[in-house]
Design a protein around this ligand. Structure first.
Ligand SMILES: [Zn+2]
Length: 421
């Protein structure tokens, strides 16, 4: 079926903004034509988007969607105390059902704010949530050495899920391999997963050099930075994406560029937990692909990728005393096409013929968006996720009609966890 999005402004590859129509083939879920002068044909379905901007769907490259269950819990504590005193005790009580309720709510929050693809890391069996909500996902079970049998569990879960997903096309939800971090795994775990990944061939999702303490303790343990140590175990051989990288060195960035490991910048989370500022301008200079992520809602406390774009843009101009270090287009690309590359994909992240029709539609008729003079600047510095009025994943318009039911499940889970009466 052909669907035509008429009369919109659109963000196109090559940093262009045009007005016209987007033609979507809803059977293949791809973009059939980008008609900047207008599409002459008719579609089985047409939507007039005058006064709207259509952007590529946003790609959130580091999230823990189930953490909506603990949104804002333990605010104000430093990272280690925040984890040990506020987060871990509640997580230890979570059932699969609780986790699914939190993940579904997180997926809906992302979709409503224009995010069409997520890289998510969490324990429990919750991949089906992404299939059900229609959010594209790369999720993973965090690799941890302290849990007996976890290495085998990670390998089997990844193999089985991807085989199941592949055998019968149910959506675009695949499992990547994962280690939580250098400090929660040991060398045997990393080498074992690296060996299994020769067959699994997935990208690695991991936390890296988030705090100074973590970075320095790794050097004390192994005589190497986390990136250098992990590279030596072979676990980066198939590429991947590393969240945070606040304390990474220039040499770490060189290794990341060489091994196709993207840096996922999480500015809100790093500031809220007082971790510092990832040196993304330097990373980009050294050839690292920099993408964006929200992290979980316990350290953010929302899943608004517009807010991450806004902060990423401002922080680095301020730190460098130089407003030219990142352009608005650089930042838009971090949230879209760079995210696609981070996840090893060339079929999402841009509005172009043949790409998946993952689209985010913003209503430009808002007080804080007029006059729309410089669209990329407007996206990064003026827009909020609440300005998004429609989201399409693979040409399918996302309908959040189950919101009330999802909210009831979320609240029931939060109650079971003893966080509300
Ligand atoms: Zn994280």
């Amino acid at each position: 079926m052909i669907q035509v999005l008429r009369n919109c402004r659109m963000l196109l590859p090559g940093r262009k903004v045009c007005s016209g129509d987007i033609v979507v083939d809803t059977v293949s879920g791809t973009i059939k034509e980008v008609a900047s002068g207008g599409f002459g044909g008719r579609g089985e379905s047409e939507i007039d988007l005058s006064g709207h901007l259509v952007m590529p769907g946003l790609i959130n490259c580091h999230c823990h969607a189930p953490m909506t269950l603990v949104r804002g819990l333990g605010g104000g504590l430093p990272l280690q105390r925040w984890l040990e005193e506020a987060i871990f005790p509640v997580e230890a009580r979570m059932s699969d059902e609780d986790v699914r309720a939190g993940a579904a709510w997180g997926a809906m929050e992302m979709l409503s704010g224009g995010t069409t693809c997520v890289a998510d890391m969490y324990d429990h069996d919750y991949g089906q949530v992404f299939v059900d909500t229609g959010l594209r996902a790369r999720f993973c079970v965090p690799g941890l050495s302290i849990v007996p049998g976890r290495l085998e569990q990670c390998i089997t879960a990844t193999r089985d899920w991807n085989r199941w997903m592949h055998d019968d096309v149910k959506g675009d939800v695949y499992m990547d391999v994962c280690i939580h971090s250098e400090y929660l795994t040991d060398e045997n775990f990393c080498r074992g997963l690296a060996e299994a990944n020769k067959e699994l061939k997935r990208r690695l999702h991991f936390h890296c050099s988030e705090t100074r303490r973590e970075h320095e303790e790794c050097i004390a343990r192994h005589g190497k930075t986390p990136i250098a140590y992990l590279a030596d175990t072979g676990i980066l051989d198939n590429g991947g994406y590393a969240a945070h990288c606040v304390w990474c060195t220039d040499d770490d960035f060189r290794i990341m560029a060489e091994r196709d490991v993207a840096l996922v910048h999480n500015p809100t989370s790093n500031m809220k937990l007082g971790s510092g500022f990832a040196r993304i301008v330097r990373a980009r200079e050294l050839g690292v692909n920099v993408a964006l992520g929200t992290d979980g809602t316990a350290s953010n406390d929302n899943l608004d990728m517009f807010e991450e774009m806004h902060l990423a843009s401002l922080i680095h101009k301020g730190l460098a005393n130089d407003p030219t270090v990142l352009s608005p287009w650089d930042v838009v690309e971090m949230a879209t096409v760079n995210g696609a590359k981070a996840l090893g994909r060339d079929d999402i992240g841009e509005i172009a013929v043949g790409k998946k029709a993952d689209l985010c539609v913003v209503d430009l008729d808002r007080l804080h968006l007029a006059p729309a003079l410089d669209i990329a600047n407007l996206v990064v510095h003026s827009m909020h996720s609440s300005d998004v009025v429609m989201t399409f994943v693979g040409g399918r318009r996302i309908d959040l009609k189950n919101k009330a039911e999802a909210k009831a499940k979320l609240l029931a889970a939060v109650k079971r966890l003893g966080l509300i009466k």
